[in-house]
Design a protein around this ligand. Structure first.
Ligand code: SF4
Length: 365
């Protein structure tokens, strides 16, 4: 779809590689989508879905689609689905983030980590997003007088060693804002590491300019990027080049994937994704089961499906490529890692028996 989309948007090569151009020319309505992909997206009750959960897609992200069909894995992740409104299972904030917020924008749920909401904007609105409840709030970049109470809180809570900067997508902010936020948290003596959760390596890799990579690399504290690749089609050469620039500045990248029904819920797709991530020098970190968030239930597979796929992957790809499969418990219960069970039982002489990767079993001593 690259050539079609580049031509329809009228982008020059310089435009296409400019992250500001990508954001400014994002597709934000059904007319824009229809103009590029055809009229499929005006069907049924899609207008209502788009009104409730707005569209945001960079031309670059849409160009990763292999076709304009509605079952393309890229199209499915970014275009409105009628099932988003037929959701009587999910709730808007199952993790009670707002209740765990001691000062505005900061969430302190886990003992040694805190989460900071940097902004409400994203390069792409992922239809499975766990924070789609706040898409229409458009939280702007924080002012200094919003950062100060967060810094004071962290100074009074030296148990917090890691700050996760999230949003929205923090890397849709301007360089100066990112530098201000990172410097503020890096100034807290007890903060050892800053993790930035971002989908920009997938949807806006042009964002990783030399200047941004310098800011991230010169923070004075370890800065990590937690990317969010869900499908092998998202592994672009532009993302690979951005990772090299990050690495040159000492910024490592890990990846968190969400298991998505009909998009990546099979061993072939995830095997290609996880091994492809390693080739781009990104370590697969987590594979999450979809959260019970309102408007996303249609993407959930069931936990058993994830465990089954992990069992299959274990026999097919190296441990380096395997992320941990996990669920995030509602009501702030935290993450639980789930493993396929390898323990079969005990032999007659009391030794444990385990399943091998090929399905046969072996006695351990
Ligand atoms: S980029 Fe992240 S925060 Fe934004 S919509 Fe996608 S998953 Fe949600």
């Amino acid at each position: 779809m690259f050539h079609i989309i580049k031509e329809k948007t009228g982008a020059t090569d310089a435009d296409w590689s400019d992250w500001h151009w990508q954001l400014a020319n994002s597709i934000r309505d059904l007319a824009g989508l229809a103009g590029i992909l055809g009229n499929d997206f005006r069907k049924e009750n899609i207008e209502k879905v788009a009104a409730r959960f707005p569209i945001q897609i960079t031309p670059f992200y849409l160009s990763l689609a292999a076709s304009s069909f509605s079952d393309d894995p890229v199209i499915m992740q970014c275009t409105p689905q009628t099932a988003e409104l037929d959701d009587c299972v999910g709730i808007p904030d199952p993790f009670h983030e707002q209740e765990a917020s001691p000062v505005p924008r900061l969430v302190h749920r886990y003992y040694d980590r805190a989460l900071f909401m940097a902004c409400g904007c994203c390069a792409v609105h992922c239809r499975h997003c766990m924070r789609k409840r706040v898409w229409d709030e458009c939280l702007p970049a924080p002012m200094d007088d919003e950062l100060t109470p967060c810094v004071s809180y962290l100074e009074n809570h030296p148990e917090v060693r890691e700050v996760l900067i999230s949003g929205g997508d923090p890397l849709t902010l301007e360089d100066d804002d990112i530098e201000r936020i990172i410097s503020a948290f890096a100034s807290v003596k007890s903060v050892e590491m800053i993790r930035i959760g971002s989908r920009t390596l997938v949807a806006l890799p042009q964002r990783y300019t030399d200047r941004l990579c310098e800011i991230l690399g010169n923070a004075g504290k370890a800065v990590w990027i937690a990317a969010h690749f869900n499908h092998p089609q998202e592994l672009s050469s532009e993302a690979g080049e951005a990772v090299l620039r990050l690495m040159a500045h000492g910024v490592p990248v890990v990846n968190q994937t969400v298991l998505l029904k009909g998009i990546n819920d099979d061993a072939d797709t995830l095997s290609a994704l996880f091994t492809g991530l390693l080739k781009l020098r990104i370590k697969p970190y987590y594979l999450f089961h979809g959260d019970p968030v309102n408007g996303t239930t249609c993407f959930r597979t069931g936990i058993a499906k994830g465990v089954e796929i992990m069992g299959e992957l274990r026999s097919r790809i190296s441990g380096m490529a395997l992320p941990a499969f996990a669920i995030d418990l509602p009501e702030g219960g935290g993450k639980v890692r789930l493993e396929p069970n390898s323990y079969v039982g005990e032999s007659t002489n009391g030794r444990p028996i385990y399943l091998k990767h090929d399905g046969s079993s072996v006695e351990y001593w």
